[in-house]
Design a protein around this ligand. Structure first.
Ligand SMILES: [Zn+2]
Length: 235
C-alpha cells in the first residue's frame, strides 16, 4: 500500500481546542495533603453535607466515594460496605488558583472548626487555611479561619450539587432532596449556565461588593494583616 505524503499545514484537531463553556463544567474536589496546607477563599455560602460510602476498587485508581441514599430510599451501597462517612463540600478558590475547586471537609474538621459552623450560610468571601496535622491525607484535617477580614471573590459560586451529581452519576434533584439544599444553583459547573451570565463573576454579589479588588490583592492584604497580628504590631 503506497504511503500518503504528509499533509503540510495540518489544522489542529478540534478536540485540542479549549472550549471555555465545557471547561467551566469541570470542577475538581480538593483536600489538603500535608502540614503546610493551602489558603483558600470560600466561593459558596454553605457547606453541603452528605453521608458517603468508600468503595475500594481492585486497584487504587478504581477507589470510589459514592453518596449514601439511606435517608431517601434504599441505598444499594449500604449492603455492600459497612462504612458510612459524613463529608462536607464547599465551593472555594485556592490561593493563586484560576479555577474554583470543591473543598472536601471531613466530619472531624467540621466539628472542630467552630468558625466554619458559625458562619455556615454566609461563608462566601471568608478566607481559610486548610492543612493536615501530619503529612498525608490520612492525617487529621485542620481548618482555620484567617482573621475577620473578608475578601470579595472574583469567581462566581460553584454549583456543588451539579458537580457532585456528575461525579456520583445521580440526579441533581435527588441530591437536593438528600442534602436539603440547592447550593450554588446556576454557578460554575452548572451545564445550563452560559458564559455571558457569569463572565464577570460574582453575579450573586451586590454591585458595590463586586467592584472590590481582585482576590490577588486581597491575599496580599490578608498576608500583611496576618503578619501584623502574629507580631502584635497593631495597625
Ligand atoms: Zn448507604
Amino acid at each position: 500500500m503506497p504511503e500518503q505524503p504528509p499533509e503540510p499545514h495540518r489544522p489542529r484537531p478540534p478536540l485540542l481546542r479549549p472550549d471555555p463553556a465545557r471547561a467551566r463544567l469541570f470542577v475538581q474536589t480538593w483536600s489538603p495533603g500535608d502540614r503546610r496546607g493551602r489558603q483558600l477563599l470560600a466561593l459558596n455560602d454553605l457547606v453541603v453535607g452528605a453521608y458517603t460510602h468508600f468503595l475500594p476498587g481492585e486497584f487504587k485508581r478504581d477507589d470510589r466515594t459514592m453518596p449514601c441514599f439511606r435517608e431517601l430510599r434504599t441505598c444499594s451501597h449500604c449492603g455492600l460496605v459497612k462504612n458510612r462517612r459524613w463529608k462536607g463540600f464547599l465551593g472555594a478558590q485556592l490561593e493563586g488558583g484560576k479555577k474554583p475547586v470543591i473543598l472536601e471537609v471531613t466530619e472531624a474538621a467540621w466539628e472542630e472548626c467552630e468558625d466554619l459552623r458559625r458562619l455556615d450560610g454566609q461563608l462566601r468571601g471568608w478566607a481559610w487555611s486548610a492543612s493536615r496535622e501530619k503529612d498525608g491525607r490520612r492525617s487529621r484535617m485542620i481548618l482555620r479561619k484567617m482573621l475577620t477580614l473578608h475578601a470579595a471573590p472574583k469567581l462566581p459560586c460553584v454549583d456543588v450539587l451539579s458537580v457532585l451529581s456528575r461525579m456520583w452519576l445521580c440526579d441533581r434533584a435527588e441530591l437536593v432532596a438528600l442534602t436539603g439544599t440547592d447550593e450554588g444553583a446556576g454557578g460554575w459547573g452548572d451545564p445550563s449556565s452560559t458564559e455571558s451570565r457569569h463572565a464577570n463573576g460574582a453575579t450573586d454579589l451586590p454591585p458595590a461588593q463586586s467592584e472590590q479588588p481582585a482576590p490577588k490583592g486581597e491575599w496580599q492584604r490578608l498576608r500583611a494583616a496576618q503578619g501584623g497580628v502574629r507580631r502584635d504590631r497593631g495597625h
